[in-house]
Design a protein around this ligand. Structure first.
Ligand code: ACM
Length: 271
């Protein structure tokens, strides 16, 4: 495949809370034989989302270096020659993070730790502590963000300024606004984005959360290339033309990144 196009997609499904090996088997069965450069899975795709407390999270989170889940995903990437972005409950010496991993057949290429924790997440996860960054794979510059980060345009903008062509966005959405907002994130930054959301519910001691599906692939200019159903499992891939993400012009004289006036935005970096 030429470097000006990429085959990208998502797998939307309903992880079962706490059933890490069942969820892993499901992902392996669904993705085996898929032809793609990159596939995105939902946030917290293997553990489920709605933890009771930090103790419960600590029993389900894994250290990437010793995780049997991660090693099986590396093998899946190796067998199929694709890259995966997945949400992952990441246990480390620094804390337990709601993370996104970019994986290929050799290992983990990049880890993103969610910067904007949503609702009760901050009771059991530690806030992300690593800078935003991009990673080049098969000629595609990939940036990672997670779910509620959609509401902070600074995240997508930072990734765009770092050269991202494609934002991979594992999600567990419960609110109705993200998909529409991501069309704007793509328009204002001239990037592609894959929002991989989950379906189904977490019925847990703290209550029930119903996840809203509608995983989406969006293109520069705010074009919705595909949106999945709210309730059914979906594996979707499409070919994107990366040159669309490299031209930031909205008129011959107007350029989304060059026309910025950051000297007037200094309050954005105040606490
Ligand atoms: C979310 O950040 N999972 C809504």
């Amino acid at each position: 495949m030429s470097h000006s196009t990429a085959k990208v997609g998502f797998y939307q499904f309903a992880p079962e809370f706490g059933a890490v090996s069942t969820n892993l088997s499901n992902v392996i069965a669904a993705l085996d034989q898929v032809d793609a450069d990159i596939i995105v899975l939902p946030e917290l795709a293997f553990t489920g989302y709605y933890f009771q407390d930090r103790d419960e999270l600590a029993t389900l989170a894994e250290e990437p270096a010793t995780s049997t889940t991660v090693s099986a995903l590396i093998q899946l990437c190796r067998d199929n020659n694709f890259h995966l972005v997945t949400g992952f409950a990441e246990k480390t010496e620094e804390g337990i993070f709601n993370s996104a991993l970019l994986i290929n057949g050799e290992g983990i290429l990049q880890t993103y730790r969610k910067l904007h924790l949503f609702n009760t997440e901050s009771e059991y996860f530690d806030p992300g502590n690593k800078p935003l960054q991009t990673c080049e794979i098969n000629g595609i510059k990939v940036g990672l963000m997670l779910c509620y980060d959609w509401a902070f345009p600074e995240v997508a903008r930072t990734l765009a300024l770092q050269g991202a062509d494609l934002i991979c966005h594992p999600s567990n959405l419960v609110l109705p606004w993200c998909q529409q907002a991501m069309l704007t994130r793509c328009m204002e930054n001239g990037v592609f984005a894959i929002t991989a959301n989950r379906i189904g519910s977490d019925i847990r001691p703290r209550g029930t959360l119903n996840f809203t599906g509608q995983s989406q692939i969006a293109a520069p200019k705010g074009v919705q290339l595909h949106r999945a159903s709210a309730t059914t499992e979906a594996l979707f891939t499409t070919t994107i033309n990366l040159s669309q993400a490299r031209d930031k012009k909205v008129t011959p004289l107007s350029d989304l990144l060059r026309d910025r006036r950051p000297e007037f935005y200094t309050c954005l970096t105040n606490k």
